[in-house]
Write a protein that binds this ligand. Structure first.
Ligand SMILES: Nc1ncnc2c1ncn2[C@@H]1O[C@H](COP(=O)(O)OP(=O)(O)OP(=O)(O)O)[C@@H](O)[C@H]1O
Ligand SMILES: [Mg+2]
Length: 261
């Protein structure tokens, strides 16, 4: 179990962006973390993966644990070694290197003899990457680059994979493909924390979901219940009227709905 407990995070000692955030990713499961722009989703991932300090952020209260052991003191390579892989927002592949070179970089913490097995797994999951292994990564399509970024994270054989908005900017067909791949990766035994604004996609694969609003967890429910929740449906599943999607959070949306009726 990977757990975040009562976490407060500040940036540059002043701005409190996470307020007592608690969430759990049980071993082997898919968990969704939903929220609007600026809610703090990426900050949660940075707190888990030891990347807060390079963004001048820090944990001021609470802790992050892996199987009960604190990991919030670890730096980024330390969290990878502990079994946590992540795909950052915006993919961040190395455009001038080939597909296979990108993948090998992902394996730099793995034992040398694990690299072959890692490549085999990744090429099995993403045949298109196998076809393009000697091509320069910058020439891949957006969806293929997302696959490469996920593949690179898998090369270190993580037990937990954190994905920051993997569907962002992709065409519906590619989103569907990424979704199927997430399910397959999970079936191979990797737990997934799926950060998404595409709630429909995330809740269709997750077992449990959390909704983050301006740094606070405001919903913590089985994905099935979130899918059935009217406010989630209207606000995050894009079923709301045009005007509503510009509101920052569900609370405002509900208030406005009451006011209009
Ligand atoms: N390095 C930083 N310094 C100061 N404030 C920051 C920093 N990084 C993020 N923030 C602020 O913290 C809040 C949460 O940001 P975060 O990136 O975690 O949100 P998010 O939910 O991932 O948003 P998005 O959907 O746009 O990616 C925002 O108000 C953002 O402006
Ligand atoms: Mg983000």
């Amino acid at each position: 179990m990977l757990a975040v407990e009562n976490l407060d995070v500040v940036y540059e000692d002043v701005i409190l962006v996470l307020k007592s955030v608690t969430l759990e990713i049980p071993s082997g499961e898919i968990v969704a973390l939903l929220g609007a722009n600026g809610a703090g989703k990426t900050t949660v991932l940075r707190a888990i993966t030891g990347l807060l300090d390079i963004h001048r952020g820090s944990i001021t209260r609470g802790r992050v644990t892996l199987d009960g052991m604190r990991i919030d003191h670890l730096d980024a390579p330390g969290t990878v070694a502990a079994g946590i892989g992540q795909v950052m927002e915006g993919r961040r592949i190395l455009a001038e290197l080939t597909v296979e070179e990108n993948l090998r970089i992902g394996a730099h913490t793995a034992a040398r003899d694990a690299v072959g097995a890692g490549l085999e797994r990744v090429y099995g999951l993403f045949p298109v990457l196998a076809q393009r292994r000697t091509q320069v990564a910058g020439y891949l399509s957006g969806g293929e680059q997302q696959m490469l970024a996920i593949g690179r994270a898998l090369m270190a054989q993580p037990r937990y994979l954190l994905l920051d908005e993997p569907s962002l900017g992709l065409a519906p067909r590619m989103v569907q493909q990424i979704k199927e791949l997430i399910v397959e990766i999970n079936e191979q035994g990797t737990a997934v924390l799926l950060v998404e604004q595409n709630a429909a996609m995330a809740l269709s694969v997750a077992r449990h979901g959390y909704v983050l609003e301006t740094g606070k967890i405001v919903m913590d429910k089985p994905a099935e219940e979130l899918r059935a929740d009217d406010d989630i449906r209207e606000f995050y599943l894009g079923l709301a009227d045009e005007g509503a999607v510009s509101f920052r959070d569900i609370k405002h949306y509900k208030r406005r709905k009451r006011w209009l009726s």
